[in-house]
Design a binder for this molecule. Structure first.
Ligand SMILES: Nc1ncnc2c1ncn2[C@@H]1O[C@H](COP(=O)(O)OP(=O)(O)OP(=O)(O)O)[C@@H](O)[C@H]1O
Length: 589
């Protein structure tokens, strides 16, 4: 029902058109039986001299008319069906994408979602339409059956019953195997994703260098072959069993039809009514065909329904959007951000990644967060953007809990560059403008943001300037260097002009001169924003007003660079370690 509702929503006009044509075509076979009977009997009467040839010609002409009509209806139906199918596939894909945009980060950090997505998108685009098509098939077969079996029933009830009931065992087998096939496909969704991932690894520029240098192509290809080979073996065994069982059971309906023909032969020899014999033969063929189509259609409907369950399963994933407050987010912070006793464990895990953390980011200042890999730095950013909620404790902005602010407004007021920032295969203008989509056409603002991140000069040197396509995936694209991409991402963050800036390893790929230039002017560049900067390079960290050392989700020490050096703790140790590396270099050159 849900699939049909979806189909109706997509295009009521096309659905009604297809239905009307289908109903019209399904009553035609009954006329064919009737006219065939009349035509053959007319011919027999004309030959034996008991009637005129006119009756035969009239019936023949009407049969010809029926054929033309049936052809016209079929063409019209194909046309309408194709359009409906296209619209349906578009709608389903669009709904899957729309749903994905409403899911939370935690969904995409969980493999179950990927399995559901894989199951939904693999079959979903064509299944709803197939449900409709098979439903029409089932209805029109049922109508044809009802109309034509009246002829058979009036003739002999037991023969009609045998023809109608004989295909049922093979239908039961089809339903059974549909379910087995569906279960096999669902159970392998993780493996299917693995094959897609292996394909991805060998088919794009981002993985090319490493996979080729490490000679991984043959290994991945072997794994891919192994997996699809295994899929094939399992599918073949299923198809074999299915063909054997339904083939054997199908013999029952062949037997019933043969019996009916022999019976009709016997009866006609006694009655001498040749026309009736022709009518019976047509009726037997139509009834047998309709029953088989009905049975196969019902089994298919069952299978489509199972697969559609996957689509609806995905569309029904609880979205768990964090509750949004009503308070507008301040354009400029007056007090700052405070993490108060914040603890957090990722969903499905019990180990706290953040433990009773207390941390203040004063308004308009730049706080640097340092700490070993896995200390919880990026996790703090995810909490600040409300991608996750703290397990306990609170995050306050200007003294007000984060959850009280309007969620979209909160996110609109955070300018961010993530460690794994996105390289959009789009123009330079879009790459920067996506930071504030409303400013996509605001060239002066985009240029200003690019200039703040030291990206303007190389962007201007591109063949079409800001309108040059970046990356190599689309026509005319220009590839940037790693550091240039990072500068573009930094421009995107600057374009936002947000009261909170989050810079997670913002200059990891940027050359030393540009980095020094950016950081010497960071306060000016951040435009008075409250800035949280995550960095491993201490040259970067030094410029911060306040430095916080995070260790296993807790603040280990904090203060200014000189204060932290004075306490001779972890910061001082790490700083000296890095500095010594640089000094060694100085001595050797
Ligand atoms: N989605 C997740 N589910 C479960 N655990 C996670 C998830 N994301 C991160 N973690 C774990 O949380 C801990 C903190 O990770 P986080 O990314 O915050 O570290 P980080 O300090 O930013 O590290 P790095 O310096 O390497 O970027 C790590 O132990 C990591 O394995």
């Amino acid at each position: 029902m849900r699939a049909l509702k979806l189909l109706w929503e997509v295009s009521p006009g096309h659905v009604s058109g297809v239905l009307a044509v289908a109903v019209a075509s399904s009553v035609l076979p009954a006329f064919t039986v009737r006219l065939t009977t009349e035509a053959v009997q007319g011919v027999a009467d004309a030959i034996s001299g008991t009637g005129s040839a006119d009756a035969a010609f009239t019936a023949g002409a009407m049969l010809a008319g029926l054929m033309v009509l049936s052809h016209v209806l079929l063409t019209g139906r194909n046309y309408l069906e194709t359009l409906l199918q296209l619209r349906m596939a578009n709608t389903v894909n669009e709904r899957i994408m729309a749903k994905a945009t409403r899911l939370q980060l935690e969904h995409f950090e969980d493999s179950t979602t990927y399995d559901q997505l894989q199951r939904a998108s693999r079959e979903a685009a064509f299944r709803p339409y197939q449900i409709f098509a098979h439903l029409i098939g089932v209805v029109s077969s049922a109508v044809s059956l009802a109309a034509v079996s009246a002829v058979l029933l009036s003739w002999d009830v037991s023969v009609a019953a045998a023809i109608i009931l004989a295909p049922l065992p093979s239908m039961a087998a089809m339903v059974f195997y549909s379910r087995v096939g569906w279960k096999i496909e669902n159970d392998r969704s993780a493996d299917r994703r693995r094959t897609t991932y292996l394909q991805y690894l060998v088919t794009n520029d981002r993985t090319f260098k490493e996979t080729h240098l490490f000679g991984l192509g043959p290994l991945f290809l072997d794994r891919f072959r192994g997996m699809i080979g295994e899929f094939y073996r399992v599918d073949r065994s299923l198809e074999r069993r299915q063909a054997l069982v339904s083939g054997l059971l199908g013999l029952l309906s062949v037997g019933a039809a043969v019996g009916a023909v022999l019976y009709a032969l016997r009866v006609t020899l006694d009655s001498g009514q040749v026309g009736q014999f022709a009518g019976y033969l047509t009726a037997i063929t139509v009834v047998q065909g309709s029953v088989q189509a009905l049975v196969a259609g019902l089994a298919q409907l069952y299978e489509h329904n199972l697969f559609l369950g996957n689509l609806f399963g995905f569309l029904d994933i609880a979205e768990r959007a964090p509750t949004s407050g009503a308070r507008p987010f301040p354009a400029q912070l007056s007090k700052g951000i405070e993490f108060r006793d914040v603890s957090f464990s990722y969903p499905g895990t019990s180990t706290p990644v953040i433990s009773q953390l207390n941390l203040t980011l004063p308004a308009g200042r730049c706080v640097a967060l340092v700490g070993q890999n896995g200390a919880g730095k990026t996790t703090l950013v995810k909490l600040l953007a409300r991608f996750y909620e703290p397990t306990s404790g609170q995050i306050l902005v200007d003294g007000i809990p984060l959850a009280d602010y309007d969620l979209d407004d909160l996110r609109a007021h955070i300018g961010v560059i993530f460690q794994d920032f996105v390289q959009y295969e789009a123009t330079a203008r879009e790459n920067i403008g996506f930071g504030r989509a409303s400013a996509l056409d605001d060239t002066p603002a985009i240029r200003a943001a690019a200039s703040r991140a030291d990206a303007l000069s190389f962007v201007e040197d591109l063949p079409k300037g800001l309108d040059t396509q970046l990356g190599r995936w689309f026509d005319g694209g220009r590839q940037l260097s790693g550091g240039q991409w990072q500068k573009v991402a930094l421009s995107r963050a600057f374009l936002r002009d947000a009261p909170i800036m989050v810079l997670d390893e913002p200059t990891a790929a940027i050359d030393a001169a540009a980095e020094a230039e950016i950081f010497s002017r960071l306060t000016e560049l951040a435009g008075g924003a409250t800035t949280l900067m995550i960095a491993h390079r201490f040259s970067t960290v030094r410029v911060a007003d306040h430095i916080v050392v995070l260790d296993r989700g807790q603040v280990l020490e904090e203060g200014s660079h000189s204060e932290l050096m004075a306490v001779e703790g972890m910061y001082a140790k790490l700083f000296r370690l890095q500095a010594a590396g640089y000094l060694d270099d100085v001595h050797t050159t």
